[in-house]
Design a protein around this ligand. Sequence first.
Ligand SMILES: Cc1cc2nc3c(=O)[nH]c(=O)nc-3n(C[C@H](O)[C@H](O)[C@H](O)COP(=O)(O)OP(=O)(O)OC[C@H]3O[C@@H](n4cnc5c(N)ncnc54)[C@H](O)[C@@H]3O)c2cc1C
Length: 298
Amino acid sequence: MEHINELKEYMSTHGIRFREDMTGENCTTFRTGGRITLFAEPDSADSACRLLAFADANGIEYFLIGNGSNLLIPDGGLDKLFVRLSGELNDYRIEDCRLICGAGASMAAAAKYSVNSGLMGLEWASGIPGTVGGAVAMNAGAYGGEIKQVLKRVDVYTDGALKTIEVDPDALGYRASLYSFPKMIVLTAEFELLPDDGGAKSRMDDYSMRRREKQPLNYPSAGSTFKRPKGYFAGKLIEDAGLKGMSVGGACVSAKHAGFVINIGGATSKDVTDLIKIVQNTVLEKFGVELEPEVKIL
Ligand SMILES: Cc1cc2nc3c(=O)[nH]c(=O)nc-3n(C[C@H](O)[C@H](O)[C@H](O)COP(=O)(O)OP(=O)(O)OC[C@H]3O[C@@H](n4cnc5c(N)ncnc54)[C@H](O)[C@@H]3O)c2cc1C
């Protein structure tokens, strides 16, 4: 990595915590992948913006990671600066019917807090194991809900500056968003919710129960491995292709939910990508449907 010494010195003198011991295994929910050269954890919007501006000015390649719940990092690691938001960027609060979150906050925890505070609109998000920033970047969704329906305002680092943007719902689509790395780095997000109609808590509990029943939550994974192809369900196609339980090394198509590739122990990222390719080829051959990975393969 170029300019690594200047970068370390910058972070040391500006009080930005960094680590050199991080790997894909300890920063993604798939628990695979090699070493990340430098891992920085700015703890405020101001320190994040300064760090990103320093990296931009010096041509330092970086990646913005949330909770790594939709990522696959190569086994050989990445010679890059990874930035993970921390400190006050992990906080969230409620003002009237608005939920205001640092982008590093847990999406699930913030959603639960909103429901327990008498609001509705994010009960579907209580099982999303990512950060608020990752949920905005992916336009995360479940059980008929999606970020797009409730996101009103974001503070982002873009083009070298901090900007507040009133959200245009058309800028968010199926598992995609304009408010995402590398174009924009989300630092805070504001959601407009509604007073609870009396059913938010039971809906949230019902969604959690359905997740526990249907999803292989006891194994490392990145959730649904593939996007939903138009007119089909990825899991059903994979199951109908006879691929449930198929494995490559430690990567396996879950027997509980065929839409999930899971790490049953000791998987490498290559095992996962090899298995993804087998699944894609088989489904294409049998049903003529192209499966596109939802997980971001770096
Ligand atoms: C068990 C399980 C269940 C899941 N269920 C669902 C589900 O029901 N619905 C669903 O939509 N997803 C689901 N997911 C996938 C994943 O949790 C979501 O995509 C989540 O929103 C990713 O957030 P993250 O913080 O982990 O992002 P990461 O995986 O760290 O990053 C994902 C992308 O977002 C970008 N990003 C992260 N933070 C920021 C930021 N602050 N600013 C700009 N870009 C950023 C990254 O650069 C990357 O491109 C599931 C995953 C697992 C493991």
